[in-house]
Design a protein around this ligand. Structure first.
Ligand code: ARG
Length: 459
């Protein structure tokens, strides 16, 4: 494709250099946004009498036709073009003649690309949020299904205190709700218009940036033209939001991998979301969870890449900034796939409450409750903790559980022990009495589920 600046510079660029410079093979992704932005620009130019209404009509009709032809597949991108902006402008001029050349008045590719990226990423956030909601819904429905299932809660991956499986799953629902918040917040800051900043310094034409911003659904207009064309904070912010989201998905995946192992067997993944081994017939590998865990590294890498690219750039536009695209596009694709696959995996997984309960029975996870029993009878917590610890040591020595120790033995440690202690340290009591706000009991989990469902409907 002929270069728009041909005739200005003396020599031709090397084919290799052209290929290196070109971004159309990835920025063609936002062709819709580019055309939408150009239509608003033409409208603004006409309103301000910078071009005639007649010219604007021709330009808008031409752009709309290009839009339809790309949509239908009739028009293919010319991969020899430098970028999507050049391709669309050149195609327009090819189709409607010289009037097409008026479109680029009072703008530059510098504000144009900043505009397109904001419009495109804004749309992508609007696509990703419903997928996060689907994921949360799957988690919350599972939590509802297993709100009474007792399982060990861990710290340091050591059995710590009994909780319900529903409570564990709801923790992830809340993490993902924060991810939605973060993306919405990023969207707010992203939703401010750079168009009209032009190359770097604004323009001598009597433009109306506010009109153009409003046409494109922006909340406000960037107030400094250098900032408008140099700022890629919104890319960094979105990538960091996506990285945090991936970190959450990765932690959950790690647990799913552990839980589905024979060592735990707390859950079973559906055949639809596991793979077999080519030589070991017994295997059901949690590949989907492993891939989600693995892909988190890739999204973090993209965040690091853009931060590093931007860190040394002087104002205003530098071609380095073209590197803002592939990373975030890949992150969007990765996150989208992970959310879709992850939702299916969660929806179809089955828990094994009997195995969870068996695990909960070993490991003295009611030792805190034994101490609390003595505290309720008047002993200071530190003394109660010590007595409870000695009894645990006795059980370990004799390979028995706290429930196996008889009352006479208990009373050797403290006269405060009475028959009601067994009820108090039963796993059922230990779990279901944890009704403090946000606690692990079924009643509390029910409240969490209701609250999350309400939030999802509101958002
Ligand atoms: N393809 C370029 C990018 O993505 C568009 C902006 C080009 N601006 C320029 N002055 N060369 O950043």
């Amino acid at each position: 494709m002929a270069k728009l600046w041909a005739g200005v510079t003396a020599g031709n660029t090397e084919k290799l250099a052209d290929d290196f410079n070109s971004s159309i093979h990835f920025d063609c992704r936002f062709w819709k946004q580019d055309i939408t932005g150009s239509i608003a620009h033409a409208q603004m130019l006409a309103k301000q009498n910078i071009i005639t209404d007649d010219d604007a009509e021709k330009i808008i009709a031409g752009l709309s036709e290009i839009y339809d032809d790309i949509s239908s597949g009739k028009l293919q991108f010319d991969m020899s073009a430098e970028d999507i902006h050049m391709f669309i402008e050149a195609t327009l001029t090819e189709r409607i003649g010289d009037v097409g050349k008026k479109l680029h008045t009072a703008r530059s590719r510098n504000d144009q690309v900043a505009l397109d990226m904001r419009l495109y990423l804004r749309d992508e956030i609007d696509e990703i949020i419903p997928l996060i909601k689907d994921f949360i819904t799957a988690l919350t429905d599972k939590a509802d299904e297993y709100k009474t299932a007792i399982c060990p809660g861990y710290t340091h991956l050591q059995r710590a205190q009994p909780i319900t499986f529903g409570h564990h799953l709801m923790a992830y629902s809340y993490m993902l709700l924060r991810d939605i918040d973060r993306l919405n917040d990023t969207r707010k800051r992203m939703n401010t218009s750079p168009i009209g900043c032009c190359a770097l310094a604004g323009t001598t034409y009597d433009t109306d940036r506010f009109f153009e911003a409003e046409k494109l659904g922006f909340d406000s207009v960037i107030e400094n033209s250098l900032d408008g064309v140099s700022d890629r904070d919104f890319v960094v912010e979105m990538l960091s939001g996506l990285s945090i989201l991936m970190m959450h998905l990765s932690r959950l995946s790690e647990e799913i991998i552990l839980w589905s192992s024979w060592e735990f067997k707390f859950i079973e993944l559906s055949d639809a979301y596991t793979t077999g081994s080519s030589i070991m017939p017994q295997k059901r590998n949690p590949d989907m969870a492993e891939l989600i865990r693995g892909k988190s590294g890739r999204v973090y890498g993209e965040l690091m890449a853009i931060l590093t690219t931007l860190k040394g750039l002087p104002l205003a536009y530098n071609k380095d900034m073209q590197e803002d695209k592939e990373g975030i596009f890949d992150a969007i694709d990765t996150v989208t796939m992970c959310l879709k696959v992850g939702t299916g995996m969660i929806k179809t997984m089955k828990a094994k409450p009997e195995n969870m309960l068996n695990a909960a029975k070993r490991g003295f996870i009611n030792a805190t409750d034994l101490a609390d029993y003595l505290v309720k009878k008047g002993l200071p917590f530190r003394s109660a903790y010590k007595i409870s610890g000695s009894i645990v040591a006795y059980c370990i020595e004799n390979n028995i559980t706290l429930e196996d120790v008889d009352l006479a033995k208990y009373r050797e440690y403290s006269e405060l022990f009475e028959d009601d202690l067994y009820e108090e340290i039963s796993l059922e009591t230990c779990t279901q009495k944890r009704t403090s706000f946000g606690g692990a009991a079924t009643d509390s989990v029910i409240k969490q589920i209701e609250s999350v469902r309400k939030l999802l409907n509101k958002q």
